[in-house]
Design a protein around this ligand. Structure first.
Ligand code: M6R
Length: 520
């Protein structure tokens, strides 16, 4: 800010001030000179004007925010009194960390996890004042004090460190056996064939379910839909939240929306939840971050308990979402009298064996991923193919590859190939196929023959003993039915990881991406 007569507040801002043009014109008329075109600078000038008038930063922040339309999480400090920081939020996350002789403001808990586990969750319309030794919360409108209690977060400091791994992503991939075990703890009685989700004890079985999510969480939803339909016989649809929020969906009192979100702060998912509620649906949140907006806005919340996911590319969060979606399908199936003890016993016993099976497989998988990454590192484009439960995995494999290695990749339902994408296949356009030993294997095999007939190279992720003749067979251990997913998913993640690492990309913080997408 370059207006010499005004004090100089510094502002950190996440979000979008929608009426910033209008405010900018007004400020320019008042003599403010702008150094950028950003909406954040408008906020800084607005606060500066207030501060120049009465000298009270808290009042200046509150009055500036009362004029700002849109979404924001802000932290504001003034050069006159740099030991005091004000923070406020609206439709964008902001948490306060209470330390010993130090306090923090951040949009996500992991940012201050190495220093404190005491967290105060701020609500829209609230404003915090912190200095090193104290903190208070007020309303933005009227600056009335608000009583708040810090919550102790179970995550520990190690969880926010790399623990000897080169990247958080790799660490988080290798945490998946523990994540599955944690999701199952206290929720499975394999001897009685029961999956118990206490969070939903007295929650009625939905007549119809609408899953709303983005990105990887959306892929989890597509996978979960198949089990919810076949095991619990609940008509289920899966919606990309940014599309759903602007449609005119038909929802009513018998409907339940299931919002899936690792962060619990994704703006589109939150808007989807609100729309579903307005239309009369109940909302269940499936999320990882305790105290997040999804968890607070939902009628019921199921925590995935995966621990903090730091890498922008989501890995262990998806594993935890899939585990809980499977339990959810068994839980509702059981409530409807569908999943009897015998039917549920097999997946439940298999689930309990999964952590050890995956733990043993991961080092070999990483080695194979590394070898293949070197072979395919020059590919400019990849096709991922799968059918049934492996179709969402094909989408996820492609998303992982593109987001961290910047190689174009497309996930496709293998049977759709012949309706267009097959025209792309040539020796320089490799295919990554998901071809486990399931009822759709013969179909996938014949889709792969079509690729080979056009000179396309293939990596096929399959199980031992299958009769595939492709360029590179990658064998994952066998598990029961849908549980194969839990062995295929880390292979996809590791392949993307090794490609990106080999190509020297910034694995944990890929360009143009944010961990929580808190704006639409
Ligand atoms: O926190 P959420 O699960 O709501 O986030 C949704 C997506 O932004 C997220 O999954 C994104 O696609 C990841 N970067 C994928 O790795």
């Amino acid at each position: 800010m370059r207006h010499h007569s005004l004090p100089r507040p510094a502002v950190v801002h996440n979000g979008i001030i929608e009426n910033y043009q209008e405010l900018r014109e007004e400020l320019a008329r008042a003599g403010c000179v702008f150094a950028s075109d950003t909406d954040t600078e408008v906020l800084a000038h607005l606060i500066g004007l207030g501060l120049a008038g009465h000298g009270d930063l808290g009042r200046a922040v509150a009055s500036a925010l009362s004029r700002a339309e849109g979404s924001y999480a802000v932290a504001v400090v003034s050069l006159d009194n740099p030991g005091v920081v004000y923070g406020a939020r609206k439709l964008s996350p902001l948490v306060l960390g209470v330390g010993q002789g130090e306090n923090f403001l951040a949009s996500d808990i992991p940012a201050f996890l190495p220093y404190t586990r005491e967290v105060v969750f701020l609500e829209d319309g609230e404003m915090a004042r912190i200095d090193a030794g104290s903190w208070q919360v007020f309303t933005v409108a009227g600056l009335a004090p608000v009583e708040k209690k810090p919550v102790r977060i179970a995550w520990d400091i190690q969880a926010a460190q790399k623990g000897g791994f080169k990247h958080f992503m790799l660490k988080e991939i290798f945490e998946q056996p523990r994540v599955i075990a944690d999701c199952l703890a206290g929720r499975v009685d394999a001897s009685r064939g029961l999956a118990t989700l206490r969070e939903l004890d007295d929650f009625p079985v939905p007549e119809r379910l609408t899953i709303v999510a983005c990105g990887t969480s959306y892929h989890s939803g597509l996978w979960g839909m198949q089990l919810l339909e076949s095991w619990a016989k609940i008509p289920t649809r899966v919606e990309i939240a940014s599309e759903f929020r602007y449609r005119d969906p038909i929802l009513g009192p018998g409907d339940v929306a299931l919002a899936i979100s690792q962060s619990g702060e994704t703006a589109d998912t939150l808007a989807g939840m609100r729309l579903a509620r307005e239309r009369g649906a109940k909302v269940i949140g499936l999320c990882n971050v305790v105290g997040s907006t999804v968890s607070r806005d939902a009628d019921r919340v199921i925590y995935t308990q995966a621990g903090p996911e730091i890498s922008v590319a989501s890995t262990k969060a998806m594993c935890s979402q899939l585990t809980l979606l499977l339990l959810l399908a068994l839980h509702f199936g059981h409530k409807k009298g569908l999943a009897g003890e015998r039917e549920a016993a097999v997946p439940l016993a298999g689930l309990q064996d999964l952590p050890a099976l995956l733990e043993a497989a991961l080092p070999g998988m990483r080695q194979r991923a590394k070898e293949l990454a070197r072979v395919y590192s020059e590919a400019r484009s990849f096709l991922y193919l799968g059918r049934g439960l492996n179709y969402p995995l094909a989408l996820e494999g492609a998303l992982k590859l593109k987001e961290i290695s910047y190689i174009h990749a497309e996930g496709y339902a293998a049977g759709e190939m012949k309706h267009g994408p097959i025209a792309l296949v040539d020796p320089k356009f490799p295919t990554f196929a998901l071809a486990p030993d399931d009822e759709l294997y013969p179909k996938v095999k014949s889709n792969l023959q079509e690729v080979q007939a056009r000179g396309g190279k293939i990596i096929a992720l399959t199980n031992p003993g299958m009769d595939l003749r492709v360029d590179h067979v990658w064998e994952a251990p066998r598990a029961f039915g849908p549980l194969n997913t839990f062995l295929m998913l880390p292979a996809l993640q590791l392949f993307a990881y090794e490609m990106a690492d080999y190509l020297g990309k910034d694995v944990d913080q890929p360009r143009n991406l944010a961990k929580s997408v808190t704006v639409e």
